[in-house]
Write a protein that binds this ligand. Sequence first.
Ligand SMILES: NC(=O)C1=CN([C@@H]2O[C@H](COP(=O)(O)OP(=O)(O)OC[C@H]3O[C@@H](n4cnc5c(N)ncnc54)[C@H](O)[C@@H]3O)[C@@H](O)[C@H]2O)C=CC1
Ligand SMILES: O=C(O)C(=O)Cc1ccc(O)cc1
Length: 365
Amino acid sequence: MNDEVIAFIGLGLIGGSIARGIKREAPDTKIMAYMRTRSRLDKAREDGIVDVILNGIGEELSECDFIFLCTPVEYNAEYLGKILPFLKPGAIVTDVGSTKTDIHEAVIRLGMESWFVGGHPMAGSEKTGYENSTDHLLENAYYIITPTAQTTKEQTNRLVHIAEMIGSIPIVLDYHEHDFVTAAISHLPHIVASSLVNLVKDSDNQQGLMKRLAAGGFKDITRIASSSPEMWEQICMTNHKNLSLILERYIASLNLILGELNKKNGSYINQLFETSRDYRDSFSEKATGPIAPEYSFTVDMADEVGAISTLSVILAAKGISIRNIGINHNREHGEGTLRIAFYDKETMDQAWKQLERYHYELISN
Ligand SMILES: NC(=O)C1=CN([C@@H]2O[C@H](COP(=O)(O)OP(=O)(O)OC[C@H]3O[C@@H](n4cnc5c(N)ncnc54)[C@H](O)[C@@H]3O)[C@@H](O)[C@H]2O)C=CC1
Ligand SMILES: O=C(O)C(=O)Cc1ccc(O)cc1
């Protein structure tokens, strides 16, 4: 790779995962990093991910071919002006922020359009921090690239190259369009998840019966309610116009449902579920949304001590590697289901056949 020195301002879930992906593919890349929490930087150096720990924004950055801004979105925009005096000619400044118009407007105000190429990997999780980063978090996920009016093809290609190197699928978009699309598919869902959780919190009885009984469906659609409040405040504030527009549409659709429900219009409710089921089922397995595609299936099995290790041994005996494994505690007592994810379809199919032989009950996801 020609971009040999790369700095990260912020080395949390996303910065850490990009740095790990780069080190995996191009171990000779020199990686510098700065972030608020020094102890995690020490860990990143011990892990061999970071070569140079930065104590602040300064001269060291003038060695860099690429600078990745990977802090919450408003801080990323604030860092632009701070790093500007230290940029080496030909260096590229990029970011990973979930909103793009705000940072592009800051870039224009600072006259940095010839340095900047925006970026947004469309994967991640509700977890934060370097400790949760992995070298494959962004694999098979779209990596949206938002050039400025002055970005050259060669600059875009340099970011495309890094996105591909870490296993992502680069896609170039206008930054205004990016913010409208993500308001609907990412920012509104986070608001919905959090407000739904808070509704249950406020409606529950003193014994917390709703919390206790909350099952699969509720847990599935509210996982992202555990996301970082600091990060999501900044995302919502920097995309408030699009978010407000899409939230108004959503409230109107909820009011419509409420009206039809009060009229006891069963066929309307039936149509609601039918339309959503057909559209949701048409989403491609391969085209990734905010979550990277998963080659996974569910095993319906007894939730008992040793059950996971028995299953792991059965798969390991055939050399099958598991990417992720987790219990869905949907049924609070007795039985549980196990979700197992694999690195590719072939391994998943192999695992399916192997477990079938042992008479496990398998459910495709
Ligand atoms: N979490 C996710 O799933 C995704 C997040 N993003 C975007 O990535 C960016 C980072 O998010 P995560 O990695 O998830 O967050 P994170 O909380 O895991 O990491 C943030 C990093 O920035 C550092 N930091 C925070 N404020 C700072 C400051 N003022 N100065 C220096 N360092 C500071 C933290 O110490 C940490 O290393 C955000 O802009 C977010 O919008 C993009 C795609 C997915
Ligand atoms: O946890 C999830 O499923 C997410 O939705 C992760 C996520 C968070 C922020 C983004 O800008 C993109 C993806």
